[in-house]
Design a protein around this ligand. Structure first.
Ligand code: BJ8
Length: 425
């Protein structure tokens, strides 16, 4: 990061404060990740990326910008990254997982809204996220009340555009959504000053499909072998988190290299957990880095997390864009829409496919229990917990519900509840 001080200054980053935050992040990574035993060799790349995510990666993104390629910051998996990649640019998730920016955010936002939004807003006010500072615009969406109203305030500090995501999936809603996809493409063309061709868009789709396929492979290796867990849930989560920042081609290659090693581990019966360790799936809201609290609590209490049914997880990579018979732009937009409208975010009503999917995931993976995790004040996921947990109960599936924010204060209490849950299953 020091090497890139000039660039960070040019981007308007508050360099001393940023350095302090990075130091805290590295310390926390060292304590929670590097201390794990028997990590796969291929995690070395992700250690390196951790050390360069606010350094070299920022330099790479700004190199693209020098060549009029778009750099778009996002907070949601509805942002069609395929189109950004097609335009030769970078799509990245913005910082929003730290409690250290929340007090600043509360100077403009109410206290009782979701910590993800407050943290992200605080990063902009503090100027401590080099990704936010590098983005041509932030692409917000109308998924939840707190987000859509925050964009109006965030827009005072940074260019923001908003995608109108409908809350139902009727034909008329999907028609509007498709128009939003076309409009997004036009926003990108304003930056590149060139029309995106069909071939470029197909190439963008192929690159992102390959990335999702690598993550699907990682998911299978983590969760489909009941006796062998070749990598910790914490590492699995961290890898997925980095997928929202890294260059997609390099990242795909590195995830596949890791999967090759994990395949070998499964063959050789090398597990990072003892036999009989309860294998859990986490459902719910996204885990923006450095929000590793739940995974740490579970994996220091005798359990293992083998899948996240979350947007930093399965919801992100579960579906690919089908490129069969795509001969024109309209069909391509339709295929993108088919993929994105299959996202089962709790912002939709009704959202029954999510419940069927959760039950199927649980059975396919032969798991031992579920943790339903919601960020505080996330009303959609919190309310939806009722129907999901009822369906789990009907099937006799053990489930623990946890609502938490980013503060470290409840870490002990969460650990106690997790320990009691693990004992009961
Ligand atoms: S597709 S889950 S990434 S909206 S910000 S809804 S936690 S109160 S993030 Fe999300 Fe897209 Fe849906 Fe996924 Fe709740 Fe917080 Fe809102 Fe949140």
């Amino acid at each position: 990061v020091h090497e890139h001080k000039d660039l960070l200054e040019k981007l308007g980053v508050d360099v001393p404060r940023h350095a302090k935050m990075m130091e805290m992040g590295f310390e926390s990574y060292k304590n929670q990740f590097m201390s794990q035993e028997n990590r796969p060799e291929a995690m070395k790349y992700f250690n390196w990326f951790m050390s360069e995510m606010q350094g070299q990666r920022i330099a790479e993104i700004n190199k693209l910008r020098e060549n009029k390629k778009p750099a778009i910051g996002a907070f949601c998996i509805f942002v069609p990254e395929e189109l950004i990649v097609a335009a030769g640019g970078a799509c990245f998730g913005l910082c929003g997982g730290s409690p250290a920016t929340i007090a600043d955010a509360e100077t403009e936002l109410p206290r009782n809204i979701c910590p993800l939004i407050k943290s992200a807003h605080g990063f902009k006010l503090q100027k401590t996220c080099a990704y936010t500072q590098s983005s041509d615009f932030i692409y917000g969406e109308t998924t939840c009340e707190a987000k859509k109203k925050t964009w109006e305030i965030l827009g005072k500090h940074h260019p923001v555009k908003v995608m109108n995501i409908p809350h139902m999936k009727r034909e008329k809603d999907l028609k509007l959504w498709k128009e939003e996809l076309v409009e997004f493409k036009e926003h990108l063309e304003e930056i590149t000053e060139e029309k995106l061709s069909l071939e470029q868009m197909k190439e963008g789709v192929k690159i992102v499909n390959a990335k999702r396929e690598a993550l699907q492979r990682l998911d299978r290796l983590r969760s489909m072998n009941p006796d062998i867990i070749p990598i910790s849930g914490k590492d699995g989560l961290f890898i997925t988190q980095m997928g929202f920042l890294d260059d997609p081609i390099r990242y795909t290659q590195k995830v596949n290299e890791l999967c090759d090693e994990l395949e070998k581990r499964v063959e050789d019966k090398i597990s990072v957990f003892e036999k009989q360790t309860p294998r859990l799936m986490v459902l719910g809201t996204p885990f923006a880095p450095p929000n590793w609290k739940l995974h740490t609590a579970v994996e220091t209490s005798g359990g293992a997390i083998v899948n996240e049914e979350s947007c930093i997880g399965h919801r992100y990579y579960k579906d690919n864009v089908d490129l069969d018979n795509v001969q024109d732009e309209d069909t391509l937009m339709q295929k993108l829409l088919d993929k994105y409208s299959a996202v089962d975010c709790a912002c939709f009503t009704p959202n029954a496919p999510r419940i069927d999917k959760v039950l199927k995931m649980y059975k396919d993976r032969k798991l031992d229990g579920v943790i339903y995790y919601t960020l505080s004040f996330c009303h959609t996921y919190n309310v939806e917990a009722h129907l999901v947990t009822q369906a789990l109960e009907n099937e006799g599936i053990p489930c623990l519900v946890i609502e938490s924010d980013y503060s470290p204060e409840d870490a002990g209490q969460i650990k106690t509840r997790v320990e009691a849950f693990l004992e009961s299953i």
